[in-house]
Design a protein around this ligand. Sequence first.
Ligand code: ZN
Length: 242
Amino acid sequence: MSNLKALWDYQGAEIELENYEKALRNTETRKKLVQQQQIFQNNQHKLKQLEQESVLLQNKLSEAAGQVEILKKQMKSKKEEIAEIADYDLEDLFLEDVREMIKECENIKSAVELNKRKVVEVMHRLEKSEGEIKETLVKMSNAKKLFDQLKEAHTKELEAGKDDLEKLRANVAKAAKGVDAALMEKYKQIKQHRPNPMAKLVGDRCEGCKMQLPSGVLQSLKVEGNVVECENCGRILYVVEE
Ligand SMILES: [Zn+2]
């Protein structure tokens, strides 16, 4: 058997192994597994955002509550002032002072109303946020449950393919033994940038890139023992032996 035929057989064994490995990696179970992983991660990300939002809302809530406390104190001191006036005689009372007091009371009252509305609004948003957090956690837990089930199923798939995989690996190792070391080196170099480093000659074309080969190359291919690469794609050309 010529060296090129041995290399061609080696490539065949390698392709078979690679296809099998690829099929094991791309089962429906594995695809679903990746999908659940994605769902979990998306919800995890959402949860972080919701938690950050929740902290901001809590801060707003305590800010508004603190504001209400301050206003209550102001209202209290205003009431004390009013209680003093209650004892005044009519002559001692200035209309401007009374008007000013009424204005101040009204201001405090509307500020309290505003903060109350703020508190209600923030509470409402917090409730909504908490609902979403719960929902997200449920989604995460469902995804995790499915992921674990699929992971187990996929492990079984891999386990079931182990023997075949071993056989195919053994085939590759066995085929490698028949190939000259320098030729194998060349093959591996080409493989770094071409999926299948060896291509058949079909008519006067390279099967790898479908390009027509010049007559000089075709001539060179006829010489026994020559290793010829396609000028276009760089693959080692193989003339099928009759
Ligand atoms: Zn080519």
